[in-house]
Design a protein around this ligand. Sequence first.
Ligand SMILES: [Zn+2]
Length: 252
Amino acid sequence: MTEQFEDFFHKAISQALNWKEGQPPSAIYEALALVCVSEALAKLSEVRKADRDALARLGRRALLQAGGRTDEEAEALALVLPLARRGLAFLAGTAPANGRDGAAIYLTHPGPSELVAMTRGKPDAFGAASVALHVLQCASCAADLSLLERVREPAGISLRAAAADLSPMLSPTEGHSVGTCEALSAEAVLFDGGVLAVYANEPLAVRLVVEGGTTDDMRPGYWSGRVPQDTATLDATLYVGDKTTTWKIRLH
Ligand SMILES: [Zn+2]
């Protein structure tokens, strides 16, 4: 996943560095927004220092001159500029405290598809930057992001899984069912030691987010992790593919 990101991040940087006076600065803003994604993937230090410095210089200049001529332009820039500024701050090693600069941070935990989309700079550089800023301040999303490579390409999973040294999927017959989510066609199964697994009917990316929980494994149609045991009911958020829902799971 990161290899792909590096490819288009480098392309975005060279497009920005080829910017000529008089051209719209959108390529510069986009490259700066992708710096946020690069930071979330811990890949920023892999960019040549000369390129980082050149982009920072160019970015500083573009941001100083930023301003929309029409209300519509100004409105679009209000979203774009704080994200570009945050990217510039990462380049300069002076990222401000979260929330102080008006950057639109993704407020909920992004679903697995959104996390993977972020690593591809989608839906666009700024949407990806917004998710990246969430990941940078959310340990649970950061941890899950590193596990997501396996569910990226469902068709390629069997090869990947065979090649990688993965612990086997938990068999639902070895635990006991603690609930089904009708809306997203998934079942939760509890195992000894506070391990919970979620099985979906479709081979889509599955993610369960629970306060105080951690993810062990994610595969198409499957998620497993550890959940707090001191509570009778878990307030979970379930993601299956592009869909999401809240889910109360009764453990005891
Ligand atoms: Zn999160």
